[in-house]
Design a protein around this ligand. Sequence first.
Ligand SMILES: Nc1nc2c(ncn2[C@@H]2O[C@H](COP(=O)(O)OP(=O)(O)OP(=O)(O)O)[C@@H](O)[C@H]2O)c(=O)[nH]1
Ligand SMILES: [Mg+2]
Length: 372
Amino acid sequence: MAEQYCKGCGALIQHENKTMPGYMPEKSSDYDAGKLVLCQRCFRLRNYADVITSSLTNDEYLTVIDKISKENALIVKIVDIFDFTGSFVPAIKRLTGNEDVILVGNKMDLLPKNVKPERILNWLKQMLAREGFTVLDSILISAKYGYNLDELMQLIDKYKGKRNVYIVGCSNVGKSKIVNQILKRYLGYPTDVITVSSSPGTTIGLIGFPLLDGTMIFDTPGVINKHQYTYYLTRPSYKITVPKKEIKPLVFQLNEGQTLFFGGLARLDIINGETGDRVNIVTYFANTLNIHRTKTIRADELYESKLYSLLTPPFNENEGVPKWVYHDFRIRDNLKYDIVFSGLGFVTIRAPFYIRAHAPFVVGIYARPAII
Ligand SMILES: Nc1nc2c(ncn2[C@@H]2O[C@H](COP(=O)(O)OP(=O)(O)OP(=O)(O)O)[C@@H](O)[C@H]2O)c(=O)[nH]1
Ligand SMILES: [Mg+2]
């Protein structure tokens, strides 16, 4: 029988190993002509929201990337606008060997509605300039609600010429959701074709579809970024930590010597407000994540005694969240900054300030010009 690939995740169909990508029981009726070929993992993800993680090895990922790098293609690079730094992966150009990139900031719907999209787009351009990353164009969208999808298609049409289009980016930024939307809106597919899920590593191989002019659009597997918090969380914690809908910012007025805990996942201490005044902090985290305020001198003890009870997630020691470290940020100008806990959320503070941010050592903690 000719090789077959799962339509949901792009994995090569195999019947030997249940725990490897592409497994399908031998006698599956899905081989009948005309049916959507789905591996067992995609079938279960779609029908039971059952998560079976099976991510790509580095070698497999490089094989996929190698194919793109042999081609003159249009790269549509997706970032999660809620976690720009964690999902940016600047090496994409080098890896794919293609210079022509459209940058797409997805999940606009997560940011508070009162924030003007132009402001976010300008911020995005500023971040790209800081990284020295040039693009043909950049755009903000929400694959979930269809915001700016027509505009994205216009950009793709404008720049692609006779080339194939590859949708690339970090895992979980919404690549497959975007491709599903394109298939339904512009190519006449009646339903979602590709498997979308909230766990990182859903798409396993290249999944291509012909565009109206005979060129192809490809969904690709995501780069797993191990500096993102979500990579370490189990399902119940993950559900609370990853925002699904518009984030409601919270404002805290903190004094020197006060601390905020973000669940049991991260912590922020106000060492010194510099001006001696209170510090206003706006937090942007999933609405389901509990934020707890305490005195810094009590914080270590609280963490020791109340992790897994008051301070959740994580919910138990089996979650394997790695050891914490802290980073100090002392900024003396009077601009607004975000302190980002990659994959978890961020806080906005106006300088001058002197703060200490704690999280597991594997999780990126960054200061950046405020997005909002
Ligand atoms: N709020 C919101 N969620 C989105 C949006 N786009 C995608 N998601 C969600 O993000 C999660 C990941 O989406 P996928 O399309 O599977 O992400 P991916 O980039 O293909 O991930 P991999 O296949 O693992 O590389 C899913 O839970 C989606 O429902 C969006 O515009 N807004
Ligand atoms: Mg995918």
